[in-house]
Design a protein around this ligand. Sequence first.
Ligand code: PEP
Ligand code: MG
Length: 836
Amino acid sequence: MIELPQQLVRVGAQATDKHDAIRQVAALLAAGGDVDPQYVEGMFAREAQANTFLGHGIAIPHGTPESRHLIRRTTVAALQLPQGVDWGEGADGPVHLVIGIAAASDEHLQILRRLTRVLGDEAHVKRLWTTPDPRDIVEALTGERPSAPVAAAPATAAAPAPGLPYSAQATLPNPQGMHARPATMLAGLVKKAGATVRLTRDDGRSADATRLMDLLSLGLTQGTRFTVSTDQEALLGTLLDAIRSGLGDDLQGASPAPAAASRAPEWQPANVDNAVQGVGAADGLVIGTTRQHLPKPLVVGDEPTDPVEGAARLDAALKAADADLDQVMADVQAKFGADKAAIFGAHKELLADEGTVQDAVSHILDGHGPAWAYQQATNARIEQLQKLDDPLLAGRAIDLSDVQRRVLRHLLGLREDAAQAGGPGGHSPVILLAPDLTPSDTARLGPDTLLGFATAQGGPTSHTAIIARGLGLPAIVAAGESVLSVPDGTLAILDGSAGRLYLNPSDADVQSARDRMAVLAAGREAARAARHQPGATRDGQRVEVAANINRASAAAEALEAGAEGVGLMRTEFLFLERDSVPSEADQEQEYRAMAAALGDRPLIIRTLDIGGDKEVPYLGLAREDNSFLGIRGVRLCFERPDLFVPQLRAIVRVAKDHPNVHVMFPMIATLEDFRRARAMLDEVRTELGAPHIPLGVMIEVPSAALIAEQLAPEVDFFSVGTNDLTQYTLAMDRMHPQLARQTDAMHPAVLRLIGLTVDAAQRHGKWVGVCGGAAGDDVGALVLTGLGVKELSVSTPQVAGVKAALRGRSSAELRDLAARALTQPDAAAVRALVRG
Ligand code: PEP
Ligand code: MG
């Protein structure tokens, strides 16, 4: 074990230049008694050959091999320069910590290894630049803290951290488990607080919460319980709130891919002898010839390099890969939208994982080449991920492999893999067969070169599958190794919905598949072509189809998809996506941009709906035993006028200039709730001299549906939040993984409450919309319309399909369907009425 005596650490020093700094640290080395003062010449000679700047304000001057005879025993010394000193060409900033190394053999590598660990933690490194306590530097470099300061040392720092005494249980609510985005947000919160936090599963496995890959490797899936332990009492509640609110994931958003079993085949062949069964990852039917896609393995030799040069090459490759990913994100965003681009945002997080980089640097410091070192560090993590039981999280291994290839290509000076698509002649699109595909491959190949793909491995929730769905490419995954022996040029039919690949089909089957494809394509094309027609049933009964979007930046995409307005703007996302309360001006800007982007189409702004599963850590709200039944939505707004009133003011200012603005209140349970919220809005309107703003109430608590008759005369509209209405009606937590299949808004009990609401509204000449998930469901859209709903607000990709479904039915048919739905025993029976 290498030692760094406190006496050889000088804090608060000053140096006139780099030369002076090296001279001072050499003097410290010599002061230890085991290094000849002449060693300084070897240090200068070494510096002339290559700059010893390491990064993050740290330099590691050391002597040439020729000067080694001047060392009796390996010695390390540290010079702290709070004001910094220029380290010449190759340094990306001043040096604040000069670690002088006189290495008799290679024991000093232990110090360097520790140093690389410290390097990853910028806040920690910066503390070392200025700490008045040399023990902080000794501890950072040796892992051991001297128990008492030496007599001459400056003021003492706090005692070492006494473990992690504050802990509490948590359950992960994220449908996709602990993936890169929530892990990054958690790590960010912990780092910002400068705390130590560990997450521990019941089986004892645990991870440091600042380590992204370690968090992913823990394999936390939705519903997993774990213990959060920390050294900062005040942070515990904040972390629990952040975890409960999804750590930046939209817990109400798109659910994971539908289970393969629930998909109906697109087509039935007469002959199924030669079918490969996989898991449907993206719907669609295609006929084409196959082609194997075998990415060339990257040959990575171990070419020992000077550690400083190796670390610099790794750093350059990481930066280049990061720049590539920015470009890929921009391309994917332009072509397929922000949600697909976010996949590559997660790749940037994997790239930045400190633990991985530090392990790679540690291999480099052990004398290995940077490519070999990075491959080792990432392989270890890929294997850890592959071993996870949960297929969703195990699927992230392919994401890390993707990132690994990207970095290795830079280190090896290779160009991006050539897209290996195209038929035997290299031109016509093919059905690609592969062991697995990375998200990058999939995004790059695209529909020009691909008809669809089948992979031997992978899962339907992989990012590759998500991109395939975005591209409209039929895809199956987990089809088994047999697909890898199918010769190139084999005729095949791929049914992404059924998860099947039919090889060498008969002429008759090819013909019938072609006919079916024509019907499906015509349906899709008709829906797309008619997406700008007003939403209506076949006989012309109008049903407005709007989009649920939270950001003005998503408005253009929604309108292009055929949305007739925005039926729900969830304003809490403005609060959830940042770490402090958005100012009134910030809010006004966002609402104004949204209102302007929509022109004269309606915009329904829902006031803050925080609480329940949507918690905002920085608000420091009291913990609730039953958060969904507690101070949530409008109830929280009454408690916190400091949040509510500025929001109302921002909305009212915009509404004065944009008559398309509507306001609605969430979580109204009583008439008094509504009147109180309206009074606050009226006060703000009077103060700002604004006219009446169309005002609605969300129907998401059964009591609100049951008093719709009293509410209706006082509102302009109702909007049914089926997500909450279902959970409160059936007493089933909307986030509960085991209840997920039963928490279905098509349950007749929920439909009856919606029916009551519509009837009450109609009696008073008001309209009812639905903005919960049921509005975009193929059965839900029809049944709700049959109940008399006049507006369906759905996610952007659902708009064209919902309009097409409405056009396919008459209003009389839908009324009859809804009447029958109300008398069914359960949700499955209601769905069967539509699907047959
Ligand atoms: C709902 O509850 O259906 C709704 C639209 O509100 P949220 O999902 O934001 O709670
Ligand atoms: Mg709700």
